[in-house]
Design a binder for this molecule. Structure first.
Ligand SMILES: [Fe+2]
Length: 156
């Protein structure tokens, strides 16, 4: 195998992007409050982006002769993003703070993927992950701004 570490990060991303999509879906459904009409549809765009990244990451892994996790039980076992039951009591700001926390974890995982794919010489995966990392950082900025916070990606 030429790219073992890269493939492991790609499969971790498959599990975590699937879980993140479910977390966003939960908040999209359960949110209530006076910005609902704006923020409920915004999360549709967020989910579209996650689904697109998931499909591309998974297909890159298959292209490298890998086998992506593809069942709920495998994903539950592998993901590092928390699984919590839906509730009607959280504020929209609290929901966005949780989504941002998941995005910060994904940002770090993409960075790890960029690092190991460079180390292993898989420049095609490196290029793909770099673009997705940039998209994730931009979402962190936008969602943090919505709840009056700085992105804190590189605080001064
Ligand atoms: Fe919906």
């Amino acid at each position: 195998m030429k790219y073992p570490k890269t493939k492991e990060v790609l499969n971790q991303l498959v599990a975590d992007l699937t879980q993140m999509h479910m977390v966003v879906h939960q908040h999209h459904w359960y949110m209530r409050g006076n910005r609902f009409l704006k923020l409920h549809p915004y999360l549709d765009k967020v989910m579209d982006e996650l689904a697109d990244q998931l499909d591309q990451v998974s297909e890159r892994l298959i292209t490298l002769d890998g086998s992506p996790v593809s069942t709920l039980s495998e994903i539950a076992e592998k993901t590092k993003i928390a699984d919590e039951k839906g509730n009607w009591t959280e504020t929209i700001d609290e929901r966005y703070a949780k989504i941002i926390a998941g995005y910060k974890y994904l940002e770090g995982l993409y960075e790890e993927g960029i690092r190991v794919s460079d180390e292993e010489g898989d420049y095609s995966t490196n290029d793909m992950l770099t673009g997705f990392h940039t998209d994730i950082e931009k979402r962190i900025w936008m969602m943090a701004s919505e709840i009056n916070q700085a992105p804190t990606i590189d605080p001064e």
